[in-house]
Design a protein around this ligand. Sequence first.
Ligand code: TTP
Length: 460
Amino acid sequence: MPVARPEPSEVRVIAHVDLDCFYVQVEQRKRPELRGKPTGVVQYNPWRGGGLIAVGYEARQFGVTRNMRGDEAKKVCPNIELIQVPVAHGKADLTQYRDAGSEVVAVLSRKGTCERASIDEVYLDITDACVASALEEQFSDDVLKSHVLGLSEIDNEAGTTVEAWFRKSVADARDRMLAIGAVIISDLRKAVLMETGFTCSAGIAHNKMLAKLASGMHKPAQQTLVPSSSVTKLLATLPIKKMKQLGGKLGDSLQSDLRVVFVGDLLQFSESKLQNLYGINTGTWLWNIARGLSGDEVKPRTLPKSHSCGKTFPGPKSLKNLAEVKHWITELAMELQERLETDLCQNHRMAHLLTLHAGTSQGYKTNSDNKFPSKSCVLRYGKEKIASDAFKLFERALSDYLAQNKASPIKGGSGIWAVTSLFIGASNIWAIPSVSMWCFCSFLGLLYVRMIHSFVFLFW
Ligand code: TTP
């Protein structure tokens, strides 16, 4: 459910930075001969050349899109290079992409509060850096390549109006902060390119919501600014379903019950009317977003909030008995344990909650309201413990699911349920205080010394 937070009174400068065709760039950095060539990354799945999950911009010009099969992509772009995602534990191994994302976060976090939002997306609050900087008289070519929403496309291409906007921005406190932000983000994007080899695009605005909307408007390797004066026009043509949190039932209700097509259409409703219809919190949130207002803060977080490992089993590959489910839970548990160990060693953090989610299709009825429930328990470290606890969670969830659907529990595969996806996740991650970490390492050290002693004693 969306949470309405009032916008702070002081002006903020927030950027949303998104890497361009991320997995493709990671593969091209490993194999520089692929740079500039049409390239795609395909998911581990031999059927019809695998499914494309990332498409380079050269390949997009030929009409290649995400979710095409590899064979289809070859038809529209015969020279396309298709790279398979690495595989471990019988599933895609995203470690190299996660690590590459961390390299970028390390560069971006130098200038302000940094929130890692996904494998290749970051929010930055650079307000303090903007306050501490003056707006230069000269603007670099890179900065002048920024897109400023609200300027006409033709002038924007010629570059003159962008420069005029930057010069004029001195007179307006909000625009001046945005202009300084544009210089800072342009420099950061250049640093990312120099130090990691990756290009990224950015949206720069006065809040997270607007920055996120803008970052994808001009890609690759570009940045888009959202001055306050452009917000009404931007939202007037933004389809309601494109707004974060409105892709689901709330967006459906706005469309069907209020006949709202664009976010800006919400301006016609008073805050109390929206509160009456959707509750106080959601009503205020809707009233705010119609005006481009959002008080969401950039949370200082450069490490992931949780770890999750999953696999999908579409159509005929769905899992129809407990032995199959157990096998895949064991594979997922191995991956989760590896990631937990890495987090412990590198970041001195431990997770405390284990959660299992599964997707199912029903063979005997199609009541989609009866979803397979998610279950959680205390997380115990060790791959066997994780596997056994996660399997118990699955059994509990299955029993609830079958009870909801008024079916009798299956005994080893009656075909009345089929699992189409399995995810296990570790959350409630906390940093270990350094004293505990010292004790933990000493304990590991002692264990090691005792093992060596036993070994020497055995062969003496
Ligand atoms: P995106 O940021 O959605 O896309 P992208 O970086 O490939 O391209 P763009 O320049 O348009 O932003 O996704 C980031 C990476 O996440 C992407 O390279 C591959 C992966 N991914 C999947 O594995 N499956 C998916 O369904 C999506 C959307 C992304």
